[in-house]
Design a protein around this ligand. Sequence first.
Ligand SMILES: [Zn+2]
Length: 127
Amino acid sequence: MAPCTAVGVLPALLLCAVGASARRVTGVLEVAFDSDRLAGARLLARLPFSAITLGHIVLARTHACHRAVRSHERVHVAQYERWGLLFFVLYLGSSAWQLLRGRRPYVDNHLERQARRLAGDDDPPVG
Ligand SMILES: [Zn+2]
């Protein structure tokens, strides 16, 4: 298992322990709740993003959310494949750089802009 995917195992297991389910889609493990009405999904709805990718594991509020953000998150999977553990450094570094420049650390992050561009996303960002 790639080290970045290993980082995603614990949160995936925690979500599954409270009712989420995991599905393997195109070689990526997608973890989410089946319904927005479940307590765990309502809790995840408070986060400022729709999904998060950790190597080949993607966590989202619901499986419907996965369908909506799949192309964007697959770009992040490719970024992890390219950069490995350096992805975390690059992501945090880009966010810090944007913050220092008075920009938005998430929206203006280089890896997020690249994911939006390659996935053909509209603004605002999806995940
Ligand atoms: Zn993203």
